[in-house]
Design a protein around this ligand. Structure first.
Ligand code: FES
Ligand SMILES: [Fe+2]
Length: 347
């Protein structure tokens, strides 16, 4: 599987990167070591010692440098340059590791895996609800033993809420019956805006963790799904019987989710679901627990699907109207890959 490189990938939640320590995670098949300097800057380096290839993350911090745990050469974090070789007066210049551009935005740490000169922070997704006084959330992470494309497919078709998440986020077959509107996203990274309204349905099981509802609700899901694989969604529900202008029992959520290929066959999944105007820690925890249950439901289904697809890779599938958004997104992905290939051909 070929990946787009000129884009920001979420590599970690900021709390995962220790003060004074080292943290490693693999992105697009490349092990990367992350650290926080004394001044607080997050730095990402290739997690491979230039001497004999040992992971630098198995070494130790010495100030803002990393000492390899194998034979002890020292790498300066800011430059990626080797600054000390035990027993040598001067470290050879050729000993260095790649430093990747990093952006930290509202608790997500991003790395840029492509051409450094193109690393533009204006292309970061707007994960505003991860740091907004009116929203409350908990940070989540899951690891997938499947390729990233199957997870993108799942996030681009909410038909599955009615079936995979019947007892958690769904609660009604009406979600599968509602036809979404699909439009291009106009700003930032290419993507799709998917809008789905579902009228007069029972409140889903996880809403009932927040409060009781007298009857049915009107629900909505409005999200942007942008390259390389980030979902930014407003969703909610409002009791059908509430008078116009009465927002007292309306549920408003904003979710940020991002999938990052670890390798061609494994994926990192970062997520949160923020509640607007609800700070009760028990309720925030309850919603988070529902989300974890639901995302495990997704992972079980997608992993089982992946194992089946691997068994017969050439066998045809049967596209249906549900697949409109995911087919369009795969086209955007292919276009971005083709553009990168053209860019890298010397003129
Ligand atoms: S492998 Fe790092 S110093 Fe030898
Ligand atoms: Fe799901």
């Amino acid at each position: 599987m070929e990946f787009i490189r000129n884009c920001w990938y979420v590599i970690a939640w900021d709390h995962e990167i220790p003060h004074g320590g080292l943290f490693t995670r693999t992105v697009l098949g490349q092990p990367i070591v992350l650290l926080r300097t004394a001044a607080g800057e997050v730095i990402a380096l290739e997690d491979r010692c230039p001497h004999r290839g040992a992971p630098l993350s198995k070494g130790r911090r010495e100030g803002d440098a990393v000492r390899c745990g194998y034979h002890g050469i020292m790498i300066d974090a800011a430059s990626g340059q080797c600054i000390e070789v035990p027993g040598m007066a001067r470290a050879p210049d050729r000993l260095c590791v790649r430093r990747y551009p990093v952006a930290v935005q509202r608790h997500w740490v991003f790395v840029w895996m492509g051409d450094d000169a193109k690393a533009d922070k204006a292309l970061l997704p707007d994960n505003f609800s991860s740091a907004h006084p009116d929203y409350h959330y908990l940070p989540g992470y899951l690891h997938y033993d499947t390729s990233v494309d199957l997870i993108c497919d799942n996030l681009l078709d909410f038909t599955h809420l009615s079936y995979v998440h019947e007892k958690t986020l769904g609660g009604s077959t009406a979600i599968a019956l509602a036809r979404p509107q699909i439009e291009p996203v106009v700003n930032g990274m290419p993507g799709l805006r998917v809008t789905r309204h579902v009228a007069d349905v029972p409140p889903p099981p996880y809403y009932r963790r927040m409060r009781s509802f007298p009857g049915n609700v009107n629900r909505w899901f409005i999200y942007d799904f942008v390259l390389p694989g980030t979902l930014l969604m407003h969703s909610g529900g409002r009791p059908v019987e509430d008078a116009p202008g009465d927002e007292s029992r309306t549920v408003r959520l904003h979710s940020c989710q991002s999938v990052t290929p670890e390798t061609a066959t494994t994926t990192h999944y970062f997520f949160q679901q923020a509640l607007q105007g609800e700070s009760d820690p028990q309720i925030v925890q309850g919603i988070f627990d529902s989300l974890i249950t639901a995302f495990n439901e997704d992972r079980d289904m997608i992993t089982a699907q992946a194992r089946n697809l691997e068994r017969e890779p050439g066998r045809a599938l049967a596209p249906l109207h549900f697949d409109a958004a995911l087919m369009q997104f795969r086209k955007l992905w292919a276009q971005a890959l083709a553009a990168e290939r053209n860019d890298s051909i010397p003129s």
